[in-house]
Design a protein around this ligand. Structure first.
Ligand SMILES: [Zn+2]
Ligand SMILES: [Zn+2]
Length: 115
C-alpha cells in the first residue's frame, strides 16, 4: 500500500524543477506521495532526477519544500526501492513511476499516430 496523499506544485516549485538540467520530461504539477501508507513524517514525491541527485518534494499539511537526496541503499538490491536515502516506512518499488512511464509512452504513441 502506498500513501494516498497528493500535492499540487506551485509556480515557484515548477519553475525550480523546470530549471534543473534534467533530460527527463517536465515535472507534472500534481504528484502523489511515494512512501508506504501510514508512514511517519513528511509526505514525499520524486520531482526530478539529475545524474545521481534526486530532488524530492516533501510536504506536510502546512508546508512543502524541495530537497536533494541520493537513492535508498536498497535501490540496487532485491527490494528495488525507488525512495530516497533515509526515507520513513518500508522499502517501496516504484509503483507510481511505472504508472507514469506507461502514461508517458501512451502520450508518445498518440503524438506519433496523429501525424
Ligand atoms: Zn505520504
Ligand atoms: Zn528504501
Amino acid at each position: 500500500m502506498i500513501c494516498p496523499a497528493r500535492i499540487t506544485l506551485d509556480a515557484a516549485q515548477l519553475a525550480f524543477f523546470n530549471g534543473l538540467p534534467a533530460e527527463a520530461p517536465s515535472v507534472q504539477s500534481e504528484l502523489g506521495c511515494e512512501l508506504e501508507c501510514g508512514h511517519e513524517g513528511s509526505h514525499a514525491a520524486l520531482g526530478q532526477q539529475v545524474e545521481t541527485t534526486m530532488w524530492w518534494i516533501q510536504w506536510t499539511l502546512s508546508a512543502s519544500e524541495i530537497n536533494p537526496y541520493t537513492w535508498c541503499p536498497e535501490h540496487r538490491s532485491k527490494h528495488e526501492c525507488s525512495l530516497f536515502d533515509g526515507h520513513p516506512g518500508g522499502h517501496t518499488p516504484s509503483a507510481h513511476h511505472a504508472e507514469e512511464m506507461n502514461r508517458f509512452s501512451e502520450d508518445q504513441r498518440g503524438a506519433t499516430s496523429s501525424r
